[in-house]
Ligand binder design. Sequence first.
Ligand SMILES: C[S@@+](CC[C@H](N)C(=O)[O-])C[C@H]1O[C@@H](n2cnc3c(N)ncnc32)[C@H](O)[C@@H]1O
Length: 262
Amino acid sequence: MSNGGPPATGRVHKIGPETCLDVGWLGNSRYVTRERRRRSSQWWRRLLARSTVWWLRVLYRGRVLPLSQSRGFDYGTPVNRYYSGKFIRAHAHEVRGRILEFGWPDYRAYFDPARIERYDIMSLTPGGPVTMVADLQKMPQVPDASFDCIVCTQVLLLVPDPFAAAGEIHRILKPDGLLLLTLPRISLTAPRDGFPGDYWRLTEDSLRLLLAPFSVVSVSIQGNPIAAFCAANRIATEDAGRTNLDWVDPRFPLHVNVYARK
Ligand SMILES: C[S@@+](CC[C@H](N)C(=O)[O-])C[C@H]1O[C@@H](n2cnc3c(N)ncnc32)[C@H](O)[C@@H]1O
């Protein structure tokens, strides 16, 4: 029988002009009415589902979707980048002292320069703005309690051992140091160039588990099915509309953020 309904016994009962399974509730009339409504609404669901899929198929076959072959930076702000930016901006006023970011100083401009003592960029490989070449999973060259704030956006999905990485992040943060971490919960696969692999899509629960050593861990989510569709089809934030992206569907989030204090 339907999801969420009582378990069906398998027996078939005649109810008015309709036939339905005995739900084991001795003919609970409320359930029967709901079930009758559910069945009569199936035709429009089927019609909607099939016509939507038909249209999607036409758009994909015609190569109209996805709108970009890259991640969407070629014509706007990718949805995941919008979510990371929004989260980092919300906590920018707490960022100060010695700061570590990964790959590129994407969020440096969000922080008050007067409060930045030093800004390091870590990556697995040298080049560009990188000031520290290290593997986040094991970095004996970085002393304990080195940083006041670590901005770790869209990195842990690329790290084979996220528990080791979380342990190292905890170790190199100063007492009461701040970790701002973001990850896609659903996303395109990461490009293969320059990264050893694309390993994880972590949930709120797995992040709480990973970051258990921290004294404060606050996990938040962003996104909904419209946002997921936009991300999959590289529909940029500017076209998706912030109102559509800001609505959160807790059963289908696109992005997860962590605010943690050592
Ligand atoms: C997809 S980029 C994301 C960073 C960027 N700031 C952003 O928000 O989009 C991932 C970065 O993580 C770095 N990275 C991946 N695995 C790493 C590891 N094991 N140790 C250190 N850095 C790593 C890569 O070098 C790369 O610069």
